[in-house]
Design a protein around this ligand. Structure first.
Ligand SMILES: NC(=O)c1ccc[n+]([C@@H]2O[C@H](COP(=O)([O-])OP(=O)(O)OC[C@H]3O[C@@H](n4cnc5c(N)ncnc54)[C@H](OP(=O)(O)O)[C@@H]3O)[C@@H](O)[C@H]2O)c1
Length: 234
């Protein structure tokens, strides 16, 4: 597998997913710049770092995610990091012909019927998801790219409560990491998640003390994705 020797830069190199990737990496040639080394708000900073490292791939994981209501409270930060920051990364990847892999979310689907396929109509469920879709728009303009719509979380499940009336297809960061080498050369859009089940059923396997909670007032009932495209790849 030639891809394994090629350099891969992970933006947001000190983030939750990036840290788990660093810990679990076996044979990928990875670089984890923090935001001082590669600041996605500065075209110059992105260009300087990528010119120095000369990667074949950028995994764009930097951005603003939690807490989700920060995207309602501080829309300026949300727009800067998730929309403008992503557009900046796209511009430099295009300039240096670097393959770009963007970390998006399952929450850009409407969350009503579930089992969403990659080309189903989208309707973000909240402001966080709109900001991630804003990022997707610029990535779509660059054809040498892959958008990952992820439903992932840390292991063990970190919260004390899990929704027993919301279906999703969460996957642990560690399991997403196993998939990365197989998708590096794919393009377009790819859903990444596990089995469709209630969030509570998923959570209790790694956190037996987790308690049931209703999520219907906060989330739509079924933001799960169809993962048949992913299954064919792995
Ligand atoms: N968490 C999930 O399960 C999940 C699910 C679906 C999709 N995603 C997406 O996957 C990606 C990674 O998730 P995560 O949970 O690992 O996120 P995270 O822990 O919030 O990591 C994001 C990183 O980006 C950094 N950052 C902030 N501003 C920056 C800037 N101007 N330049 C460069 N880096 C900057 C943050 O640094 P500071 O913390 O120091 O500001 C942080 O280290 C995110 O894009 C998220 O939207 C996550």
């Amino acid at each position: 597998m030639r891809a394994l020797t090629k350099k891969i830069v992970i933006t947001g190199g000190k983030g939750r997913f990036a840290k788990t990737l660093k810990k679990n990496n076996k044979n990928l040639n990875l670089f984890f710049p923090d935001k001082k080394e590669l600041n996605i708000l500065s075209i110059k900073s992105i260009e300087k770092y990528l010119k120095k490292i000369k990667p074949k791939y950028v995994l764009h994981a930097a951005g603003l995610s939690r807490p989700m209501n920060i995207h309602d409270k501080n829309i300026s930060k949300s727009i800067d990091l998730n929309i403008i920051g992503t557009a900046n990364v796209v511009k430099i990847c295009e300039k240096y012909k670097i393959k770009l892999i963007y970390f998006s979310t399952n929450y850009i689907y409407p969350g009503k019927k579930g089992n969403y396929k990659e080309h189903d109509p989208i309707l973000p469920i909240n402001s966080y998801a709109w900001s991630k879709l804003g990022g997707e728009c610029s990535v779509r303009l660059y054809k040498n790219s892959l958008i990952l719509r992820l439903c992932m979380c840390e292991k063990p499940f970190v919260h004390n409560f899990a929704f027993s009336d919301i279906n999703a297809n969460f996957m642990f960061h560690e399991d997403v990491i196993k998939i990365i080498p197989k998708i590096l050369n794919k393009k377009g859009v790819l859903n990444i998640g596990g089995k469709i089940q209630t969030v509570y059923n998923f959570a209790k396997k790694s956190n037996p003390k987790v308690k049931r909670k209703s999520g219907k007032k906060i989330f739509p009932p079924n933001p799960s994705m169809n993962i048949s495209k992913l299954k064919k790849i792995i």
